[in-house]
Structure formats: C-alpha cells, structure tokens
Write a protein that binds this ligand. Structure first.
Ligand SMILES: *Cc1c(COP(=O)(O)O)cnc(C)c1O
Length: 497
C-alpha cells in the first residue's frame, strides 16, 4: 500500500517519500510524517537469520513505497558496506543482563552513521526519480558530530557536494581533526570565528538567499539539508529496532511475541521516535524509555505534560544530548493530537512565542508507552565506572546516561522485561570523560594517550576511525569570518565569477 507524507502542520498535503526526502522540511515549517505507519509484512520469526541489509530492505520498502526494489537495495548496499568495521553492522553485547545494541561501528564511531551513510544514496535516487538534474549541495552547520558523519556519508558520492561550517574554537580537538582530514573532492570544511549559533544562523541565511539560489540554479546546483528532521534520516533508524528483536529471537533470548523494552539516550528525539515507529509496525516492544542528561526537558515533559525550554542550558559530558528543543518531538505531538495539524501548529507556535506549551490530559494518555528519566553528571560517571568494574565493558557517556536511567526504571517499576539499550557512541570518541570516570589518575594524559590507555584497559582495539586521524594530513584549513560565509560558498561552488 502506498504511503504518502503529510506535514505536521498541514495534513492535507500529500507528497511521495522521494519528494519528502528532497525537501527535508515542509514549506509551512512542519515535519514530514507518513500518513500511516505500515505494519510489517513478515513475522518476526521470518526475519530471524536475515542480515542487517535484508532487514533494512524489509522495513524501508514499507515506508519508501515509491522506490523500486532495485533502487532501494542499491541504496542499502552502498550504505552498509565496509565503511562499517563489522559485517553484522550493529552487534549486540550483553552486559549485566542487559543488551547493548552497538550503533557505533560506522565511519565516525557514533550512531548518526546509521542514517547518514544511507541518506546521500536516498537523496540522489530521489533526485533522479523526480527528474532533478541539478547537483545536490548539502550545507550544514555543526557543533561537532553531525558534521563529520554527514561528510563521511556524502564524500565521493557522485551528484552531491557537501559544505560544513563549524565554530573554530567550539569543537573538541578530536572532532576538529576528524573533520579537517576529510578526503573527497566534493567536500569543504570551514571553521568560522564565532560560536555554533553564528554558524547555524549563517547557514540558514544562505538557505534563504534567493539571489544565491538563482545563481546556483544557473550553474546546475541546488541546496539540500542533511538535518536530523529529514524523513530519510528517520526511516533508516527504524531498522535497527526490528533487527535487534529479530537477533534476540534468533538467539533464544526472546521467544516469539515476548516483549522487549528499549532505552534510548535522547537529544533531538529522532532515535526514540524510530523505536516508537517500530512498535507501531508490530515489533513487540514494551516500554520506550527516554533517557536524558541534566538538560532534562523531556523528563519533565513526560512527568508533567508541559514542555518548557525556559531553563539554563547545561554543558555535559554527553554533548550530543545537550538540547533544549527536541525537534523530532513534533512528530509525536502531532500523532498524540490525533493527527490534528492545527492543534500541533498551535503548540509549536506557543513554543516559539513563550518557550513552552502544555498538552491535554487526553494527549498524555497516549504517552503511556513512554517512561522518562535522567542521569546527573555524577550518576553518568558512576555508571561508566561501575559497569567497567563489574564487567570490563566500557560505555561512552551517552550510553552511560541510558544505562543509569535503565537502572532507575527497574528500581521504580520492578519490570523485568528483556531490555535493549541503544549504545550511541564508541567510548573512543570521548576518551577523556570516559577515562576520568574510571579513574582520576588519567587526568594529565593527552587525548591520544588516553585512547591507547582505553584500548589497553578495555581490551578493545583502537577503532580505525581514530587510528586514521592520528596520521591523516589536514586537507581543510579554511577559516573565515561569519560575514564571509556566502563568499566562501560561492567560491567553492564556482559561482563567484
Ligand atoms: C545525536 C546523538 C544522540 C541523540 O539522538 P537523537 O536522535 O537526537 O535523540 C545520542 N547519542 C549520541 C552519541 C548522538 O550522537
């Protein structure tokens, strides 16, 4: 059955999946949502024994109904290949009786690779399907992680170029090194004198620049966004929850129909929304446990029904969850508002005007599948240490937040359901926070010394992604003022004549 995509602010709008992928965001500012969530067409039992790629096909074909089998299989083949350091793509590790679904075996050792390695292929396929002749230019501002994952995804993909701006003094040394060593003729990485907001504001201005758009069109180019609200980033994430269930079933850790809880360390609400979609498709998922760090907007939301961003922004050791506006939550709000776009638009307008909104009692009842909690910085560090001491397994700070919240959930509810924790980053990405949590004595070591020490104590080989940047030459050394961003873009694209 064909699935069309509506806007969360206009349910009358109906476009195809490939159109939604190309557009990213609806013109009315809403997010694209499938007009219904498709049910899985095969049983979980039938999915056992299948590879990650095969399950990806079985899931994604149901959402991307205007892609042919050949097109979709080709996208999957190009995405989930030797860029991952393990053939299984997303291994499951058992520790202390809980299952850690490791989503960090891709090019940048964090879970954004799961979606960003396939998005470029979905995008060029969508362009072809819609007779878009222009080359796609991805433009992104990054506070560190997304930029590198997008670069790695788009580098060398024919028909695309990618430009990433980052705050010159606002990312970690390893993050910067990861970006400036990015190879690929179609990539450009530029540091700006300013903070992340300046980079973001500059990028938005370029997206809205009519004159620039015309000059680019004349040269056969058009902008697109790899932003986390693109449906082409959400759909690939549904896959790994279906895969996790099928694997645990195959290994006898679950029996058919038995429930599985999931815990997701959450920032923008994309990953956990994918788990929610997997549940709606028929995967026997019990609770969706939403884990926050000290920026606990979502915990408060699930506890009170009020979303309130008016609070101090806390910098934590799990930076990818330091978010006060979880953009993908809008898709859930739309759903629990009974797909009432007007109601949703009102709430989102309140969020812009006042920084907060409150949902109705009736809407709250539809959140019964969710449980929210959070972990403080101290609890997060304690979790890294106690897990290491009891099992030798080392968690990154984001996954540790989820693990700490999982313990709180079990203490609160005595629920003993089999649980899968989404493990969103390799500890090698955050060696300083991780090693400091394990023992204060490491404080004086450099980041790369910490990497070696982490490898030694955890008995895990240093991932290639980290090895490579140690010796890789810097290929991007551009730095500019925030006022020069447009000139830099025009020059790279060759439209400055
Ligand atoms: C982006 C990110 C998250 C948050 O995921 P959302 O989909 O934004 O909720 C968690 N952990 C890591 C390591 C991330 O990079």
């Amino acid at each position: 059955m064909e699935i069309l995509y509506s806007s969360t602010r206009d349910s009358a709008l109906k476009i195809t999946a490939s159109e939604a992928i190309l557009k990213g965001l609806a013109d009315d500012g809403g997010l694209f949502v499938p007009d219904h969530i498709p049910a899985l067409t095969c049983s979980m039992q039938e999915l056992t024994g299948k590879s990650y790629q095969e399950i990806a096909y079985e899931v994604m074909k149901l959402f991307l109904t205007d892609f042919t089998e050949e097109e979709l299989r080709n996208c999957i083949r190009c995405a989930y290949d030797s860029k991952f350091d393990t053939e299984v793509i997303a291994p499951i590790v058992e520790a202390e009786g809980t299952y850690y679904l490791e989503l960090f075996h891709g090019a940048t050792i964090a879970f954004k690779d799961m979606a960003l390695s396939i998005l470029p292929h979905l995008m060029i396929t969508s362009a072809k399907k819609n007779h878009v002749e222009n080359e796609i230019v991805i433009l992104t501002a990054t506070s560190g992680d997304t930029g590198k994952a997008a670069l790695a995804g788009f580098a060398g993909v024919e028909g695309t170029r990618i430009i990433v701006f980052y705050p010159k003094n606002g990312v970690s040394p390893i993050q910067e090194k990861q970006m400036v060593t990015q190879e690929g003729d179609n990539t450009l990485v530029v540091g700006i004198h300013g903070n992340f907001d300046d980079a973001q504001t500059g990028v938005k201005a370029l997206f809205n620049d009519r004159e620039l758009a015309e000059e680019m069109a004349a040269a056969g180019l058009q902008f697109s966004s790899a932003n986390s609200i693109n449906i082409g980033r959400l759909v690939p994430q549904v896959v790994y929850y279906v895969y996790a269930y099928a694997k645990l079933l195959e290994e006898g850790k679950l029996s058919e129909g038995q429930r599985m809880n999931v815990v997701v360390p959450t920032g923008n609400f994309g990953n956990i929304l994918a788990a929610y979609y997997a549940k709606q498709m028929g995967v026997p998922i019990g609770k969706l446990i939403c884990a926050s760090n000290e920026n606990k907007v979502l915990y408060d939301f699930f506890a009170t029904g009020q979303y309130d961003r008016n609070r101090e922004f806390v910098l934590t050791s799990s930076p990818s969850m330091d978010i006060l506006i979880s953009s993908n939550l809008e898709r859930l709000i739309y759903r629990i508002a009974g797909e009432n776009a007007d109601r949703n638009a009102q709430l989102m307008d309140q969020l812009v005007q006042t920084g907060s909104y409150e949902i109705t009692e009736q809407m709250r009842e539809k959140l019964a599948d969710f449980y929210g909690n959070y972990a403080s910085e101290e609890e997060t560090a304690d979790r890294i240490r106690s897990m290491y001491e009891s099992t030798g397994y080392v968690l990154d700070p984001h996954t540790a937040v989820a693990s700490a919240v999982c313990q709180k959930y079990v203490a609160d509810t005595k629920d003993e359901t089999v649980t899968v924790i989404a493990s969103t980053a390799s500890p090698f990405k955050f060696p300083r926070s991780v090693m400091n949590a394990i023992d204060g004595k490491y404080d004086s070591l450099s980041d790369f010394e910490l990497v070696d020490e982490l490898s030694r104590i955890s008995n895990v080989e240093v991932p290639d992604a980290v090895k490579r940047i140690r010796t890789a030459p810097v290929v991007h050394d551009h730095v500019c003022e925030k006022t020069q961003m447009k000139a830099v873009v025009k020059h790279f694209l060759g439209v400055d004549a």
